[in-house]
Design a binder for this molecule. Structure first.
Ligand code: UDP
Ligand code: MG
Length: 313
């Protein structure tokens, strides 16, 4: 029988974690009783530098039920790194891994169906939400814009899929070979190949507590997704630059001709406009190029993606 490990990233989730664990343990237990998965199947909670009671809740849960294990980061390293740490640990013993948020916005009842797809030979099962009405208007619109932009830039993403997903051992092992520090997992998964399927579920509101993705973090996450998966922005800037220079040449010819014909040149406005537009282009270009150079710098440093302070179970 195959061993399943559920990986949960948790950052200040004391309000939801106990009920999340209870719910997921029940689902795993049912699968164990039905002899669908190995009795060793477990849950790994990765405490991403929480400042509340999250870690003590994990250790207590482990005392009550050894099926719950925990990894504690030395500080907050972010959702994506928490997932990677959990998977790195899980893949040592598990045959199949499911990642799910701590707030139960993703429907845990979709997990058995995911597992059955895996047993039927699928390596990656994407959890896809078939509604977004529990998100705010702003979140829905910005998320849509983000997916559209990435699609335009040639990055393949599964629409309305976040990090609720099942992966086989070999798929996780392949993912772990992607060593970039600026990791945007959901953008990498479609590049792995392997047989994949989708499972649709209804996304519910966060059970309790606040979103751990305030606007600033969300924007940083989206921008990181774009610049770590696509170099299209720099290319676009290059094209804009070429276009702007062509316009400059035309303007030059025009001013020569009008001078030669003795027409009055009202130079001021056109001069100002071109200075501002070109200046703007240059600043945007430098900014975007700087962003990629910054990424190169962090990648070449080969810093660790996370530091584990302690483990349990
Ligand atoms: N999370 C994390 N580290 C962070 C931010 C979030 O581990 O720095 C976890 C969080 O505990 C949750 C998941 O990532 O399990 C998704 O976060 P959240 O539900 O707050 O995001 P939202 O659903 O609002 O986009
Ligand atoms: Mg959430």
């Amino acid at each position: 029988m195959k061993k399943l490990t559920i990986v949960i990233p948790a950052f200040d989730e004391e309000e939801v974690l106990p009920s999340t664990l209870q719910r997921l343990l029940k689902i795993e237990n049912n699968l164990i009783t039905a002899q669908t998965i190995n009795p060793d199947s477990n849950i790994i909670v990765v405490d991403d530098g929480s400042t509340d009671k999250t870690w003590s809740l994990i250790t207590e849960a482990n005392k009550r039920d050894s099926h719950v294990a925990g990894i504690k980061f030395s500080r907050n390293f972010g959702h994506q790194n928490a997932l990677i740490a959990g998977m790195t640990e899980a893949v040592k013993t598990a045959d199949v891994i499911v990642s799910i948020d701590a707030d139960l916005q993703d429907d845990p009842d979709a997990i058995p169906a995911m597992v059955h797809k895996f047993l039927a030979g699928t390596d990656i099962v994407y959890g896809v939400r078939n509604n977004r009405d529990t998100d705010t208007w702003f979140k829905r619109t910005s998320a849509n814009l983000f997916y559209k932009t990435l699609n335009l830039l040639g990055v393949k993403l599964v629409q309305n899929h976040a990090d609720f997903r099942l992966m086989s051992k070999r798929a996780v092992q392949t993912l772990l070979q992607y060593k970039e520090r600026n990791l945007f997992i959901r953008g990498i998964i479609p590049m792995l190949g392997f047989k994949s399927e989708k499972i649709y579920y209804k996304r519910t509101p966060r059970m309790a507590g606040k979103s751990k993705y305030p606007l600033k973090k969300m924007l940083a996450f989206a921008w990181n997704g774009i610049t770590s998966l696509s170099i299209a922005p720099v290319r676009t800037v290059l094209l804009l630059g070429v276009f702007a220079s062509l316009l400059g040449v035309i303007a030059l010819l025009y001013s020569f001709i009008s001078k030669w014909m003795g027409l009055t040149v009202h130079g001021w406005s056109s001069l100002m406009i071109s200075i501002w537009i070109l200046g703007g282009f240059q600043m945007i270009s430098l900014g975007i190029i700087g962003e990629y150079i910054g990424k190169l710098t962090t990648e070449t440093k080969k810093r660790t993606r996370f530091t584990i302070e302690s483990k349990i179970g």
